[in-house]
Design a protein around this ligand. Structure first.
Ligand code: NI
Ligand code: MN
Length: 234
């Protein structure tokens, strides 16, 4: 897999950092300090320009508030989730909804796409409505497109994502139980036809039992890139 200068780092679970050729940092699903799979050396966020949030569950935005207080990045997500993060101290938000595309960090095009899941944020022991869950297609100035599915099952409209925003790389959950299993992720690869797939959202807890090895057995014509937490590809 060649990302032509874009640096993609897996921070464990569903959290990824992307660095553009201009040095801008985009973090998707900020669960870092409390993420048991995030390497110690990555637990201090040095810089972030944009935070992309797929939904309100703790294993996705559990460290958003702390990172927002430290860095005040532009926060992108469903309007309801962005509104809640504003009440927690976010000064710069840009809520959007599915089907929309906006340009962030100068030259990064972010499209919000469908995901099938639930979304609530925990606030003082209460669950509050955080909008619908979503995924993102992130298109960099060099033309590379990365699809982060968020938490979801496989769904037929992934074919629309392929037709409109053909991803070079798909970041797909494979853990099963709360999201797609390797079997569903393999089906998703058939719909999305990415050049490479990076498995995520597995192994963090015993319940998330899908493995990259199972996925490799089930796919053909796509490179399964098994990253290690903290690893960067470019
Ligand atoms: Ni979730
Ligand atoms: Mn999750």
């Amino acid at each position: 897999m060649n990302l032509k200068g874009i640096k993609l780092t897996w921070l464990g679970h569903a959290t990824f950092r992307m660095e553009t050729s201009a040095g801008k940092i985009v973090i998707i699903d900020p669960w870092i300090m409390h993420n048991p799979k995030c390497p110690e050396s990555e637990k201090k966020v040095k810089k972030v320009d944009v935070l992309l949030c797929t939904h309100g569950h703790l294993d996705h935005i559990g460290d958003a508030v702390e990172i927002i207080k430290q860095h005040q990045p532009l926060v992108v997500g469903m309007p309801e989730l962005c509104g809640w993060l504003q009440t927690k101290g976010a000064k710069s938000v840009s809520g959007m909804n599915k089907g929309g595309t906006q340009t962030v960090a100068g030259d990064v095009k972010v499209t919000m796409v469908h995901a099938n899941h639930s979304s609530g944020a925990e606030d003082g022991g209460q669950i509050i409505y955080a909008g619908a869950p979503c995924g993102y297609v992130i298109e960099f100035a060099n033309g590379i497109k990365i699809y982060h599915a968020g938490d979801t099952n496989v769904f037929g409209d992934m074919a629309i994502i392929r037709d409109l925003y053909p991803p070079d790389v798909a970041l797909l959950p494979i853990g099963d139980h709360y999201t797609m299993s390797p079997r569903e992720a393999a089906y998703a690869c058939n719909l999305l036809k990415p050049k490479a797939v990076v498995p995520m959202h597995f192994g963090t807890f015993p319940l998330l039992r899908g493995t990259p090895t199972e996925l490799k057995k089930l796919v053909s014509g796509v490179e399964v890139v098994e990253m290690k937490p903290g690893e960067t590809i470019s």
